[in-house]
Write a protein that binds this ligand. Structure first.
Ligand code: SF4
Length: 368
């Protein structure tokens, strides 16, 4: 049994009718329930409410965040190993059809990048590649782990989906976390947006189950908001996280639902998500899954991220570079960015704002 079985129970649910028929009383009942189910969550994100009611969700979310995470924000940085990709996701700057410089870090340059990031104070790192087994095989990832392991206490991967025994091998060699975005949970829309090996919806959907069976420590799932109906994608992101938390209670689960940003080649999103709705997704997620980690990346602006401290969010990326060689290479040797960053502040600037808000930036909560 995998998440696909749970997914199948809900995939044809009539979201439009449900949302159209939400009454104010339903909203109040859902908000005040101690344990909320997935339809309470849908009610909280989709009911037609005024600003006072939104403030009520925010107040509950604030209290739940403090209760479960204290006044802390964890920090991590991404490190792009390569941008080779054999897929053609229509919304991504690294897609195979984009004529951009392709690069894979050699081990010397990788070490420089790792040292630079470590010197920023960062202990948790997310290593990324495009999706190309040929250009960045598991053997290359293992070589990279061997180089960067001494500098970080936690290493997560965001690479092409692997088999369970491959995750086991990476775990034995130093990773402890997996991040994998389903992008959109709508199977038909997913098929339209993707080509290449990534077109296999089910293989991607079951990736967290395969990593869990290899006993990984943390898993992050999410969707890229703007690719499809946002209520549908946020609902399934929440459902996926809930399934993982129930099925693998020993694994730390987090979610992220970044809003789509401009990239090389230009993609017009299916929908634009305004700040108010985006905030509502985050604060409602905190109420539905009080113990789930919620990430907010540097795709969001500095002021937006600052205002979200205390409102459900538990992890910030910081000092991020989304190009290969972004931390240390000369401009002519760096690649294009995968996507534009809004919050360009340094790690220390972000940490200082967190302190000013009365919170503690957390550089490491885990050591092997
Ligand atoms: S989203 Fe990932 S798989 Fe898709 S084109 Fe970009 S790098 Fe490749």
């Amino acid at each position: 049994m995998t998440f696909f079985d749970t997914y199948n129970k809900y995939k044809d649910f009539d979201f439009d009718s449900f949302i159209k028929n939400i009454k104010l009383n339903d909203f109040n009942i859902s908000l005040n329930k101690e344990y909320k189910n997935i339809f309470d969550f849908l009610t909280l994100i989709a009911a037609d409410i005024d600003d006072t009611m939104l403030e009520n969700i925010a107040k509950f979310s604030y209290e739940s965040t403090i209760k479960n995470f204290g006044k802390t924000i964890s920090l991590y940085s991404p490190l792009y190993l390569a941008n080779h990709c054999i897929n053609n996701c229509v919304y991504c700057g690294f897609k195979a059809s984009n004529k951009i410089q392709r690069k894979k870090l050699n081990l010397n340059d990788l070490q420089k990048e790792a040292i630079e990031i470590k010197n920023l104070g960062i202990k948790h790192i997310l290593i990324l590649t495009g999706e190309s087994r040929k250009d960045t095989p598991v053997e290359y990832i293992l070589e990279c782990l061997n180089i960067i392991k001494p500098y970080f206490s936690s290493i997560s991967v965001e690479i092409y989906p692997l088999e369970s025994d491959e995750y086991k091998l990476l775990i034995e060699n130093g990773i402890d976390g997996l991040t994998i975005y389903q992008e959109t949970y709508h199977q038909g829309n997913y098929a339209n947006l993707h080509s290449g090996p990534k077109k296999d919806f089910l293989y991607r959907l079951e990736t967290p189950d395969r990593a869990a069976s290899a006993h990984i420590r943390t898993i992050g799932v999410g969707s890229l908001l703007g690719l499809y109906n946002v209520y549908y994608d946020v609902f399934f992101t929440a459902l996926h996280a809930d399934y993982l938390m129930r099925t693998y209670p020993e694994i730390e689960i987090s979610v992220s639902f970044p809003r789509i940003r401009p990239e090389v080649g230009g993609y017009n999103p299916y929908t634009i998500i305004d700040d108010k709705l985006f905030v509502r997704f985050i604060i409602a997620m905190r109420l539905f899954l009080p113990k789930v980690g919620i990430l907010l990346s540097t795709r969001e602006s500095a002021s937006f991220r600052d205002n979200m401290i205390g409102l459900g969010v538990t992890k910030f990326s910081a000092g991020s570079k989304t190009e290969v060689g972004g931390y240390t290479l000369d401009d002519e040797d760096k690649t294009e960015r995968q996507f534009d960053i809004s919050d360009e502040r340094s790690v220390s600037e972000i940490a200082s704002v967190i302190y000013k808000k009365g919170y503690q930036p957390i550089y490491t909560d885990w050591a092997p």
